[in-house]
Ligand binder design. Sequence first.
Ligand SMILES: Nc1ncnc2c1ncn2[C@@H]1O[C@H](COP(=O)(O)OP(=O)(O)OP(=O)(O)O)[C@@H](O)[C@H]1O
Length: 620
Amino acid sequence: MDEERVDSVSLRVAARSEKKSLGRLSSLVRMSLSLVWSSGRSLFIALVVLQLVAAGALAGQVLAVQAVLDAILGAGGVDAVVRPALLLAGLTAVSMIAAGAQGQVQRLLAELVSRAMWHRVLGVATGVGLRHFESPEFYNRLNRVQTSALSRPYQVTQGLLGMVGALAASIGVGIALVSVSPLLLPLVVIGGVPILLTSRRESRLEFEFSVRQTVSMRWRQYFTVLQTGRDEAKEVRAFGLAPWLLRRFDEHYGSYLDDLGRHVRRRTVLMVLGQVGSALVLVATLLVLVWLIARGDIGVAGAGAAIVAIRMLATQVQSLFRGVQTIFESGLFLDDLNGFLALGEAAREEDSGDEAPSGFLEIEASGVHFRYPGSETEALRGVNIRLGAGEVVALVGENGSGKTTLAKLLAGLYEPDAGAIRWDGREIREFRPSSLRERITVVFQDFVRYALPARENISVGRVDEPTDELRVRQAAAAAGATSALESLPQGYDTILSRLFSGGRELSGGQWQRVALARSFYRDAPLVILDEPSAALDPRAEHELFSTLRDALHGRTALFISHRFSTVRGADRIYVLNEGEVVEEGSHEALLAADGRYAELFRLQSDAYVARGGKAGESAK
Ligand SMILES: Nc1ncnc2c1ncn2[C@@H]1O[C@H](COP(=O)(O)OP(=O)(O)OP(=O)(O)O)[C@@H](O)[C@H]1O
């Protein structure tokens, strides 16, 4: 919670101290333009052309109005009015068509920019180290980036294009107005200033509101997922959670709506102040016009054209200043976005070092300490373990003793705070992290169940190569998944989820076999299996471990298990307790030592015997 508070406070402070210099404006514009340009240059050019056409047509309309009025008041009769009237109609049609076409082109361009932004954001989300996923601030930022910052570069460009169009139109109409009376132009421009001032304040309020509401919005999203998610649906019904979840959702929505109400009121007050200020200047401008007419400086046709020009120009000047405001408003969100994208830069820089060797003779963890970010206590405290090539090594220990954490460090997903993990004497931190991970395959307890065809659920084990059908089937066979997958309606083409039509769901144990097949398909020299048999029935578990060495084809395996019947076949067993290795050795040696392992083993086998089964004895 503290981190969230610091995050929003620091961002609000940054927003207040933000410099509104021209330099900043130009750097925001440059960044946004380059993104839009690289995403769809031909559409961008088309938009600029359409803006210019619309602006030219607008300025032409002022002159056409004057020509129509001149013709009406002159002695040429009806015939003389036809040509300027047709011109006016033509110019009006052109400006309307240009505006309509702009809307369609903008829609396409916005999607192209959005895709380019998603590429960057997803690149960061998948590229940053796992430690970021321990931090609420990372999720806050990710949420803000997804909900608002993603569309901002395009909005800046749109603001800029709007400004270009408005500027072109203002110049055109301004020249037309000056030709009627030079005095009126500065007054119309001054009319835009109140809008500029109030909208700058509105921008800041908008950003502050967004930062303030990030955490609440994430809670709302979370409660939405709980009520709509497939995985959650069972428990929500079984526990009758629906009304309670809806109440929790409503609490967050309620506080959001209260804050939104206050925010909208403040923005409305500012908007009204700006508009009233502009309207007062407009009144002054019109009074000057009346004075000019009274003095006889402007004729009737000129006065008519001036009124049209003042109206048009006031709108254009407002658009111009609103464009500036959009850019500044987006600037605050873009800073946030840039901060997020910088994490990706840092991750790319971190992914450097030597190529990891294709194999090893020995992996050794020595004196490894590790504490999760934000955690008080160490999850690992001076751990020493060794894995020889081709060995099958087991980690056992009670819940929370650090087994999974050690597996994550060995998999190169976290770095030790102290101590080292070495491959044949070389510290793994010397290797490029992504190249190290290519040499390792891990099946986590909570492996991902992809809503994809069975084949892809296995071949995602190695996506950098084209799918090898034979290897998919061999991996499935090694994991004991063949019969479950072949009996599916479309065999390996069946989607393993009910989310999509034709899909089928697997049982927990069948899924576990698919995850194992995925790890075998990866074909890496080190295989890490975190409770690979937790969901397997006794027969499947027995089959898995009796054939594990064959399936490994000489690869090294580290597996975590709570079942001692599976652990006993390992070459070496490490017993963890509160982040430390307290015992190591073969099953027989550990039993003979009569320590913690022997105690846990007896507890488990006694439980079987107590239930009257023979499994305990057979385990011994
Ligand atoms: N992502 C995390 N952030 C902070 N602390 C964590 C995180 N994951 C685990 N821990 C803590 O680290 C310690 C070791 O956890 P770990 O998951 O390695 O235990 P384990 O031996 O694998 O447990 P289990 O048998 O229940 O799977 C525990 O105290 C746990 O609360």
